[in-house]
Ligand binder design. Sequence first.
Ligand code: ADP
Ligand code: MG
Length: 325
Amino acid sequence: MEEFDFIRSIKPDYYRQSSVIKGIGDDAAIIRYPYQDIITTVDTMVENVHFSAKTTEPFHIGYRALAANISDIAAMGGQPTAYLVSIVIPDHWQLEAVQSIYQGMNQLARTFQMDLIGGDTVSGEQLSLSITVLGLVSADKVRYRSTAQPGDLVFVTGTLGDSACGLHILLNESLEDHSRYQYFISRHQKPVPRVDFIQACQAIGRMSLNDISDGIASEANEIAETSQVQIELDYHRIPTHKKLADFSEEQQKDWSLSGGEDFELIGTIAEQEVDKLQQAAVSTQTKLSIIGRVTSADQDNYGVWLRERQAVRKLDPTGYTHLRR
Ligand code: ADP
Ligand code: MG
């Protein structure tokens, strides 16, 4: 594959954002953002470590990799604007397959008016995709995970465990089941980060926020640790899709608590701001659930507790629960 031809084939014909002064075609890109703070994040996905080309088509490899990065921008309260792609291409990959990765990224990028503004291309043993995303945020609307306060309500968007269930079906189920569970498969292949919802939350003052890339148990623990609080979640309020009930109790619990890559958001806000949160959910057609509360904690006592029927158990970042109170 000729590198020059490849780069020309993925170069956009025009840029969606007026902030792009120079995109692909020189030694580096130039963008101009006069008024807002820039958020930047990078994530790398390596074949056979983060995905398998056997279960994931090139289009979805690109789509999911960009979704993961955009979700990090949303979780800081930002609007994604541009991305750069560093790719390691093995010799056995066909040009069309590599272009499909870019088409997958472009489909999601179009949703948010984002531009591909540069990258790097090298050959190597294993396909590796490293994406850098830029986003914008107003300084007073940055959403740090460390800002939860006792008395806050805990919310989550969407339904949890969908992506893990979708992967399970792709790996295990017979072909007939695929159509019944298409919802889960597409949630795994084409997750849509909650950018619109978080942009609609501008009227809300303080909000602690994390995206759910590793499962809610892990993300809630990160908020509790960095904010130095306890979080109590109600297991029965954790939102799942109704078809998840087709699977065993154990699978439902595992997927909804520790299944990653739904790219939903978990956050906390003061109780008196809940109306604004609900308005944001309605205006962006986002499912929103209040699933728990933040309470104060002594040093060494930060963490997450899960209420299930009458029992309240400690919820580890891995999703494991045990009595300890
Ligand atoms: P240089 O030698 O100056 O780094 P390159 O040949 O690597 O130039 O890149 C030329 C242009 O193409 C640059 O604008 C670069 O950002 C862009 N580019 C290179 N590889 C990629 C890629 N995989 N995806 C997107 N843009 C790329
Ligand atoms: Mg280069």
